[in-house]
Design a protein around this ligand. Structure first.
Ligand code: B12
Length: 214
């Protein structure tokens, strides 16, 4: 199994979609838990891609290619993640990546895991303005609002959204959670968010805790 996990990691890093899907299929056929595939292959692969980008071994086209393969593998895995069925929605979550930021993989992963866990998720996409977040809170009345930011330069937008919620008298109507690679627990506290999670699994735990559901 280690061998296949490694192969999948390499395929994503190299942007080889055909190989990545082939290996993913093989892993599933061997009964490997898709969550483990995400945790052990997909996430580490993007981490390595990030490091290569930092070292200037990779440039935007290579990163984009790897991201596309990541998305394709996620789409392939989604139906295998299972779904907690037979009960009503555990709560409603609106999620999006903040203004000026087009990174979507982490936000998508959080959205997928929450929906698998039985939450209704409304995904507003990327580069979402504070106005759009506010509109969505007014329209959907979610229990939780999730704000993703992947850059130190866009993190501040999480604060802008929270301030805007306050200004409109909506802050106490919704729990706000924040995440993304540069975001920390401390930042979350500083901007007055209700919670922070470092990854998609923790995000599910956090939302359950905030809403008091299991
Ligand atoms: C892939 C990638 C891209 C792709 C994105 C493709 C796509 N469709 O999403 C492309 C090529 C488009 C891209 C573009 C750019 N990128 Co880029 N990118 C990355 C990279 C390599 C990986 C990000 C990723 O997808 N990770 C995988 C996912 C699964 O992890 P994640 O996003 O961290 O999400 C997890 C957690 O953070 C958490 N989480 C995430 N969101 C949320 C939300 C909530 C509510 C919660 C609770 C949790 C949570 O859970 C997730 C799942 O476990 C990072 C490197 C890095 N270290 O992050 C750089 C990185 C983020 N990019 C960077 C930069 C600079 C850029 C560009 C400006 C480059 C340029 N010169 O054009 C542009 C910016 C475009 C823009 N305006 O947004 C920098 C940011 C530096 C900074 N200022 O902080 C990084 C850190 C790379 C670097 N070291 O320089 N990028």
């Amino acid at each position: 199994m280690e061998d296949l996990i490694n192969k999948l990691k390499v395929a994503i890093i190299e942007g080889d979609e055909e190989e990545a899907l082939k290996v993913t299929k093989e892993l599933l056929e061997r009964g490997i838990d898709p969550k483990l595939i995400i945790e052990r292959a997909l996430e580490p692969a993007m981490k390595i891609v990030g490091e290569k980008f930092e070292r200037e071994e990779y440039f935007i086209p290579e990163v984009m290619l790897a991201a596309e393969v990541f998305k394709k593998v996620m789409e392939f895995l989604k139906p295998h993640l299972g779904q907690e069925v037979g009960e009503k929605s555990k709560g409603r979550v609106v999620i999006g990546t903040v203004r000026g930021d087009i990174h979507e993989l982490g936000k998508n992963l959080v959205a997928t895991m929450l929906s698998v866990a039985g939450f209704e998720v409304i995904d507003l996409g990327v580069d979402v303005s504070p106005e759009k977040f506010i509109e969505a809170v007014e329209k959907y009345r979610p229990d939780v609002l999730g704000l993703s930011a992947l850059m130190t330069t866009t993190m501040i937008e999480q604060k802008v959204v929270i301030e805007e919620l306050k200004r409109r008298g909506l802050r106490d109507k919704v729990k706000v959670i924040v995440g993304g690679a540069p975001v920390t627990e401390e930042w979350a506290r500083e901007i007055g968010a209700d919670g922070y999670a470092a990854n998609a699994y923790e995000a599910v735990r956090l939302v359950k805790k905030l809403l008091g559901v299991e």
